[in-house]
Write a protein that binds this ligand. Structure first.
Ligand SMILES: [Zn+2]
Length: 365
């Protein structure tokens, strides 16, 4: 197994660790595991990255900047906010300070340029070999159906209209059908959801085009700078509701990290987000409860076959009571399944700084 390590060094203005602490942890891990890349971000501290970059490069490891795209940028720059298809602000849950999960509009050129501007202003000379794009989506069911039924701002309305769909028609349709707007006739990890309603099918198809358009444009920007690009994605089971269609979004990327988190009770956790989906869509037909067992992991991995980029599924290795209750057996089992399904490697997510050493040792397959 080849590994990519993920380190949450802190949000823009809040540093979680001193440089020496991170280098010490990295030294411990690379003695035990074969590591090819480290994803680190997004605190603004060029000196931290420069020093860590020297250490990683001396050990033949690439350094990628963890960069949120349609969330968190509002803490640094002016953004065009996101609206639902009824034209109301989508909002965000209060989960953790500094991690508000507010999403801005994905079609806005200003928002797309913010990502590039943030990189060029704060990170361009830090020695990064690539970027890892996170929050490349709309809001999810955490804000009820208004999350998946966004963004509906004027700019997005134009995008949908140019693709033959009126967002007023989407809003009217939901107002008439309620949860049954989301009815599906089938789901498979490989082919995704078959929405029964043609307006719903068209909406999610065009939404995926819009997000892919934004991501592919951003990817090309970083490729032109000679940087590699990885993508942080919701599990295939959940992606389409936030605008992530694996076939469309992976066209230009170098690698993807599907977040196959089965122990995370927070956004991007499969059980957490799918549970919210079931709560919100009570009354929609075709949705079955899922068990977050090994079979779910195997099924989700099937959805990654035939994609043009490298696949490095992400497994949580950090531990926090009530939020992410991982253990060595879970980590070992998950990584063995990922290896056996033919992935290129795995990302030890989402913060190796918060992982007990026995969790790192469990990754030694
Ligand atoms: Zn919009």
């Amino acid at each position: 197994m080849k590994y990519i390590l993920q380190i949450f060094a802190g949000s823009w203005q809040h540093k979680n660790y001193e440089t020496e602490e991170i280098i010490k942890r990295l030294s411990e891990i690379i003695k035990i595991l074969p590591v090819e890349k480290a994803i680190i971000g997004w605190v603004i501290d060029p000196f931290l990255y420069k020093e860590i970059g020297v250490f990683l490069h001396a050990n033949g490891i690439e350094m990628l900047l963890w960069l949120p795209v349609f969330s968190e940028t509002d803490l640094l720059l002016d953004v065009d906010a996101s609206e639902d298809v009824w034209g109301k602000p989508v909002g965000a849950p209060e989960i953790e300070a500094g991690d508000g999960f507010t999403f801005c509009c994905p079609s806005s050129q200003k928002n797309r340029n913010n990502t590039k501007l943030i990189f060029d202003t704060h990170f361009v000379s830090c020695g990064f070999d690539g970027v890892f794009l996170d929050r490349i989506r709309t809001q999810a069911f955490v804000m009820d159906v208004r999350g998946p039924l966004s963004c509906g701002c004027a700019s997005c309305r134009s995008f949908y209209e140019s693709h033959g769909l009126s967002l007023s028609a989407v809003a009217e349709r939901f107002d008439r059908l309620h949860e049954r707007f989301f009815d599906i006739s089938s789901y498979s990890p490989k082919d995704g959801y078959a929405f029964s309603d043609p307006v719903a099918a068209s909406f999610f198809d065009i939404k995926a085009d819009l997000i892919a358009d934004a991501v592919n444009e951003t990817t090309r920007y970083f490729h032109a700078k000679g940087l590699s690009v990885g993508l942080d994605l919701f599990a295939p089971l959940l992606g389409i509701f936030v605008g992530q269609d694996y076939k469309k979004i992976t066209k230009e990327a170098d690698f993807i990290k599907p977040m196959l988190y089965r122990r995370t009770e927070a956004p991007a956790g499969i059980g957490y987000d799918y549970g919210l989906l079931l709560d919100c869509l009570n009354g929609a037909s075709g949705f079955q409860p899922v068990s977050t067992d090994d079979d779910l992991l195997r099924a989700q991995l099937l959805g990654l076959q035939d994609l043009p980029c490298a696949k490095y599924p992400g497994i949580e290795v950090n531990y926090e009571a009530g939020i992410v209750e991982t253990d060595p057996a879970y980590i070992r089992d998950s990584l063995q399944i990922i290896r056996d399904c033919g992935a290129d490697g795995a990302v030890l997510s989402w913060d190796v700084m918060m992982a007990p050493m026995e969790h790192i040792l469990a990754a030694r397959l």
